[in-house]
Each structure stands twice: as C-alpha cells, then as structure tokens.
Design a protein around this ligand. Structure first.
Ligand code: NDP
Ligand code: 8X3
Length: 252
C-alpha cells in the first residue's frame, strides 16, 4: 500500500523538494502551504511524472482553525497520515534582539513553533489510534548554535528539536518515530523572505560558498522515512562542506 505523506510548506524550497522525492519514491502526498497556486503547479507536475495521488490544501499553519479543518478533511477522505513532515517555517530580519520588531518575533514563533504544535497535535491522535506513524520536524543548525542577530529564529529552532525529543518520549510505547532534521545553509527563498524580498541581500548569503540544495535535504528526509520499522533516526545534522557551526561559513 502506498504511504500518505503530509508536508507543510510544500510550495517552495526544501518542502517542495521533499514532495518530489517522496513522489518519485511512489508515495501519495498531502501538500499544504498558503500559496495554493504554487501547490497546484507542483501537484500537476508530480502527478504527470509519477504514479501517485497528490492532495493539496491552502493552509496557514499559524491559524489553528485552518489546521483543524484541513486535518479533519484529510481524515474524512480516509487518508491515514503515515508520515508528517513539519517543514513550514521562516526567519524574518537579521537584527540585534533589542532592535527587533515584536511583530517579526511573533510571526517566527507562531509559524516555526505554534504552527508545528497545532499540526502535530491534530495529526498525532490518528497515528496513536493506528499505532503507527513518523513525525519529521525540520529544525536547523540555528537550533544548535545561536548566532548574532538571530536570537529569536535560533530559539524557535531549539524549540523544534526539544519538541521532537519530548514527543518521542511521550509516544515511546507506540510504533511512532520522531526525527529532527537540522540543515545548515541551503539555497532557497529563505533569505529573500528573511530580507523582506531584497534579492541582492539574499544573494549575498550564498555568495562564495557552495550551499546545500533543497534536494540534498529531501534525500536525507526520505532516507529517514525509509528505515525498517525497528529503526528510528532521532536527529541528523547536515552542513555544507565549507560550513562549521551555523553561521561559520568559509567563502572563497
Ligand atoms: P522557503 O522560503 O523556500 O520555504 C518556506 C516554506 O514555508 C514555503 O513553502 C512557505 O509557503 C511555507 N510557510 C511559511 N510560512 C507559512 C505559514 N504561516 N503557513 C504555512 N506555510 C508557511 O524556505 P526553506 O525551504 O529554506 O525553509 C523550509 C524550512 O527549512 C523552514 O522551517 C526553515 O526554517 C528550515 N531551514 C532552512 C534552511 C535554509 O538555509 N534555507 C536551513 C535550515 C532550516 P507559503 O509561503 O506558500 O505559505
Ligand atoms: C536556516 C539556516 O544558518 O540561516 O535555518 O539560520 S541559518
């Protein structure tokens, strides 16, 4: 039987690459993001390439009522979610804590932490009742090494790791796996979002260094999800070759 893979933030970057990797692997997909038009293109393309079913939902993970209604609809359509990939996330701004706007802080917390809580809390009862499931949370090296001007984003990614660890403990008597994937520098729209659409500033982040590609992360997520039933990968950290800690990148 084909697995059902539920991916948040599937309209771009790492989430989109994860969708293609699982589609190619023959899994059915439930893709969510706020930009439905992007998901429509991805659905069309994946279904034309691979023999899988792709369901798409417009979902803002920060709105609890939307999360409840999307999960309810998926469950009503008899979709048992085998793998949940909590990928939706963002950084806004790169500033000293004392100069940060409260609004940017709140959007990061609401998306990266509360969004992950809402989606997981709604999907996990189904996994518990079926006594099977895999939750894969996209953390970051930012959750291992704090860096200047990124205190709040880094804190949200520590929270991702600790939520994974806590949920793993609370579901220890079930056949439920919990994995944290912690990427380093990956070239996506992440920096453009962080710098409010400033392409030049965003481009500088990836100048002089060969960053990871979203597909590199997707391969590792798929690897984690394809382990035998008795094997649980708790966490994997992936950096670019010319990267040491989170913001310690060697540029030529
Ligand atoms: P992108 O900006 O390319 O993708 C972010 C995705 O998150 C988009 O699909 C976006 O969809 C979605 N998203 C953002 N806010 C919301 C929301 N409120 N509700 C639903 N979906 C939302 O960046 P990445 O692919 O790089 O980021 C994906 C994840 O990887 C994030 O959690 C990020 O923190 C993490 N990460 C990224 C790294 C990097 O260097 N790029 C390194 C380590 C971790 P839409 O706008 O359509 O809603
Ligand atoms: C995204 C990578 O190093 O910009 O999590 O924080 S970094």
């Amino acid at each position: 039987m084909k697995r059902n893979i539920f991916i948040t933030g599937a309209s771009s970057g790492i989430g989109k690459a994860i969708a293609y990797a699982f589609g190619k692997n023959g899994d059915n997909l439930v893709l969510c993001a706020r930009r439905l038009e992007k998901l429509e293109e991805i659905k069309k393309d994946i279904e034309s390439k691979y023999d899988v079913k792709v369901d798409i939902y417009k979902l803002d993970v920060t709105v609890y009522e939307e999360v409840v209604s999307v999960v309810k609809e998926a469950v009503n359509r008899n979709i048992h979610i085998d793998v949940l990939i909590n990928n939706a996330g963002l950084a806004l701004g790169l500033d000293k804590f004392q100069d940060y706007s409260i609004s940017d802080m709140e959007i990061m917390l609401n998306t990266n932490v509360k969004g992950l809580l809402y989606v997981t809390r709604e999907i996990i009862p189904n996994m518990i009742s079926q006594n099977s499931g895999h939750i894969i949370n996209i953390g970051s090296t930012a959750g291992m090494y704090s860096y200047a001007n990124g205190a709040v984003y880094c804190a949200t990614k520590v929270a991702v790791r600790f939520l994974s660890d806590g949920i793993r403990i609370d579901t220890i008597d079930k056949n439920i796996k919990v994995t944290t994937i912690q990427p380093g520098i990956v070239e996506t729209d992440f920096s453009e979002v962080r710098f409010y659409g400033d392409k030049e500033k965003a481009g500088n982040v990836y100048k002089g260094v060969e960053a990871l590609k979203p597909e590199d992360i997707a391969d590792i997520v798929l690897y984690s999800a394809n382990q035998p039933k008795h094997v649980q990968i708790s966490d994997i950290t992936i950096m670019a070759t010319k990267q040491a800690t989170g913001f310690n990148v060697h540029r030529e």
